[in-house]
Design a binder for this molecule. Structure first.
Ligand SMILES: [Zn+2]
Length: 417
């Protein structure tokens, strides 16, 4: 069925005017049946399909129930077993609507956007220099539309109406960062460029890895802590580590995933090394430096033009990646023997200390971005590092689920009984 958008605020099909719900349903069904990858479908939804409905809904009679139904249809298209992203139904709504740079998917919520657009557009008619436009703005239907839009406009925490684009964005971001699952994304906007993989529709990873990366981002993978939230039941890790089986535990702490965690760290470090070599650096990988405080093995030392930069890589630091960055830098900077070693062995004049900290949710620490920038690595390289880290994080999740390895303590208790 071919749908045409008319200027009067209605969808016209070959069989006549069709309701916005039917129009949206048809467009979503077509998109779902297409042979595109999930990231491409999300791109089409965000940049073409939802904006296509905006004008119609602004011109349509203001119906809050209709807007809610349309938003629900879009979320249903994304989540659940048959949804394109396989997100659980309990995903915080703000995750769908928060801007990409703040950790969300950057979709438009009709319930928030349409009343705001009506207020902005039709209020302007009252101030028009054209007499006919001013006369039209005063008719009953128009006054009624503006009154309803003002009544149902969203309000922020302080009770202020959410009218312009900036207010709509911060309204959704604040909601996301206040939610339990969205809290680790609070610092996402410090390095916004690394999140473009969510929305650009490029095939940087497989469709499955893309969906699982989004699930990791919003803490939606079915760990026992997530699955039994608000219920009583055994939440202890299935690998027997005497800890709650949260996503943080599985991805960062559990002994069952120790091997793939090392592999993830090495893959990201190798990616940095390859890029540094392409830019003409002499690179030392995990050099063993004997110091008065013991053996030190920084991941990377990059040398060029008599200057050396010590870089350590960490995939972690969910609470505050900048704190993790500082502790990494302090660990090596406080040891003078490393500077002496580099001056004697490689005749460098200046030594810099930095780190690359990427959280399991795919956030790059602000200070780490500065380190990479000083080394001459571009923003596209930062994004590649984040995508590689996320890809391997999804692999860690698979290893955890498929493995039957138990922690040594659990095994010892089992056999001593
Ligand atoms: Zn465990």
């Amino acid at each position: 069925m071919t749908l045409l958008r008319a200027n009067l605020g209605a969808f016209i099909s070959p069989w006549g005017i069709c309701k916005p719900e039917v129009a949206l349903e048809t467009l979503l069904r077509r998109l779902k049946m297409s042979k595109l990858k999930p990231q491409q479908k999300l791109f089409v939804l965000r940049t073409h399909l939802l904006p296509k409905l905006t004008h119609t809904l602004v011109m349509h009679p203001m119906l809050v129930g209709l807007l809610d139904r349309l938003d629900r249809a879009v979320r249903k298209f994304l989540c659940g077993k048959s949804g394109i992203l396989h997100l659980p139904a309990s995903t915080p709504k703000a995750f769908y609507y928060a801007p990409v740079k703040d950790g969300g998917l950057g979709l438009m919520e009709f319930r928030t956007t349409i009343p705001a657009l009506i207020v902005r557009r039709f209020d302007k008619m009252n101030d028009s220099p054209c007499l006919a436009v001013r006369a039209a703005s005063g008719n009953t239907a128009n006054m009624n539309r503006i009154r309803l839009a003002q009544k149902f406009i969203r309000r922020d925490e302080l009770g202020n109406p959410v009218v312009d684009c900036v207010q709509i964005r911060s309204y959704h971001s604040e909601k996301l960062h206040r939610s339990f699952d969205g809290k680790p994304l609070m610092r996402a906007s410090e390095v916004p460029s690394v999140h473009s993989w969510v929305a650009d529709g490029k095939l940087m990873m497989t469709g499955q890895a893309f969906c699982e990366s989004l699930n990791i981002r919003i803490n939606a993978l079915p760990t026992l802590a997530r699955f039994l939230r608000g219920q009583t039941g055994r939440k202890e890790c299935r690998a027997g580590c005497n800890a709650v089986e949260s996503l943080q535990h599985v991805l960062q702490v559990c002994p069952r995933t120790h091997g793939p965690r090392i592999m993830r760290h090495d893959k990201v470090a190798n990616c940095i090394v390859n890029n540094l070599k392409q830019r003409g650096y002499q690179v030392l990988e995990q050099p063993r430096i004997r110091t008065s405080e013991g053996l030190r093995k920084p991941d990377i030392i990059a040398i060029k033009n008599a200057e050396a930069t010590v870089v350590d890589v960490l995939i972690g630091g969910s609470d505050d990646p900048n704190t993790a960055h500082r502790s990494k830098v302090t660990y090596y900077q406080g040891n003078q023997d490393i500077t002496v070693f580099l001056r004697q062995e490689y005749e460098v004049e200046r030594v810099h200390f930095g780190a690359t900290v990427i959280t399991p949710q795919g956030l790059l620490a602000r200070k780490s971005a500065k380190t990479l920038e000083q080394l001459g690595l571009s923003k596209s390289v930062w994004k590649t590092l984040v995508v590689r880290a996320l890809e391997h994080t999804t692999y860690i999740w698979h290893v955890f689920n498929k493995s039957t390895a138990m922690s040594w303590r659990r095994r010892r208790n089992k056999y001593s009984q």
